[in-house]
Design a protein around this ligand. Structure first.
Ligand SMILES: NC(=O)c1ccc[n+]([C@@H]2O[C@H](COP(=O)([O-])OP(=O)(O)OC[C@H]3O[C@@H](n4cnc5c(N)ncnc54)[C@H](OP(=O)(O)O)[C@@H]3O)[C@@H](O)[C@H]2O)c1
Length: 276
């Protein structure tokens, strides 16, 4: 009997992965600190055995890069526990660059690839859903998106595509040993992304290229811890230098189809009322 464990099951990708597996008739166990099948806390190993019992494949997510300073990282410890519990397949939501030392998810990414069981690593670029479900949602609703990203481009990836790849990797054999770099089909500036959202909502949305120091001070004034605020600032400034602009064929390789377009994401999110 196969059993799929889905971590971060109420988050942007986990809940989509759970919905896909469930709709296809695969047994699933969802896990999060609340609102899932099992109460599960990455910071509380006492909650892990009940989640891992009888599981054959697991979708792993590290929701907080602030946990990266822990050595070994908490997901690496979970990987050991999972293998001991008989889990035979691991699918990790990682990030671009995590294959390199110094990246906050490097040790996590490596632990999955060196787990000794079947693994697939997903390294998606920035999610389109950051505009509709996460950190840029309040700005979009306010009509002004102010970020230190300049004219830098990002091929935003739709979380539905990430979930399609994750669901395939959990349930099909041919993704074992694959690291998929996942991007959308076209790299957009934030001004272009704002225009596409405005076209979908019918409401104006202005992009402002904020100086990095101003963005950092703003984050600190919202109470964001210094390290997290500095990391987000650095990531966004990296966009302005073109560091996140490359297109990759991971969706095509994994699924045999093109990734979803940002304009289609925007229309669907507007129709779902995300920005109302
Ligand atoms: N967002 C992006 O654009 C992007 C791009 C590339 C890579 N990534 C990577 O994707 C990963 C996930 O990021 P995300 O923003 O999409 O997160 P997310 O999945 O939306 O994170 C939230 C989920 O994690 C659960 N969670 C939070 N803390 C937990 C804990 N201590 N133990 C167990 N579950 C916990 C939450 O439920 P509870 O609060 O109920 O526990 C919720 O289900 C990160 O590693 C990030 O680096 C993100």
């Amino acid at each position: 009997m196969k059993q799929n464990l889905i971590l971060a099951a109420t988050g942007k990708t986990g809940r989509r992965v759970a919905a896909r597996l469930s709709a296809a008739g695969h047994p699933i166990r969802t896990a999060a600190r609340s609102g899932a099948d099992v109460p599960f806390d990455l910071d509380d190993p006492a909650t892990w055995p009940a989640a891992l019992d009888g599981v054959t494949a697991a979708y792993l997510v590290e929701p907080s890069l602030d946990s990266g300073a822990q050595q070994p990282p908490r997901i690496a410890r979970l990987v050991d526990a999972a293998v001991q519990h008989g889990v035979r397949r691991l699918v990790l939501l990682s990030a671009p660059g995590a294959e390199r030392e110094g990246h906050p998810l490097h040790a996590t990414d490596l632990a999955v690839r060196e787990s000794g069981v079947e693994w697939t690593v997903l390294r998606p670029n920035w999610f389109s859903q950051n505009f509709s479900e996460d950190f840029w949602l309040p700005a979009v609703r306010s009509g002004t998106l102010a970020l230190p990203t300049g004219q830098g481009r990002v091929p935003f990836i739709d979380a539905d595509d990430i979930a399609d790849v994750a669901a395939a990797a959990l349930t099909e054999d041919r993704h074992a040993g694959q690291a998929y770099e996942l991007t959308g089909p076209r790299a957009l500036t934030f001004a272009e992304a704002a225009d596409l959202i405005a076209a979908a909502t019918g409401k104006p949305l202005r992009f402002v290229d904020l100086p990095a120091e101003e963005f950092l001070q703003q984050q600190l004034s919202y109470g964001t811890p210094t390290e997290a605020a500095q990391r987000m600032t650095n990531l966004l400034v990296g966009i302005s230098t073109g560091a996140h602009a490359a297109l990759h064929d991971g969706v095509e390789r994994a699924l045999g189809r093109a990734p979803r377009r940002f304009e289609d994401f925007a229309v669907a999110a507007a129709a779902a009322g995300c920005w109302s």
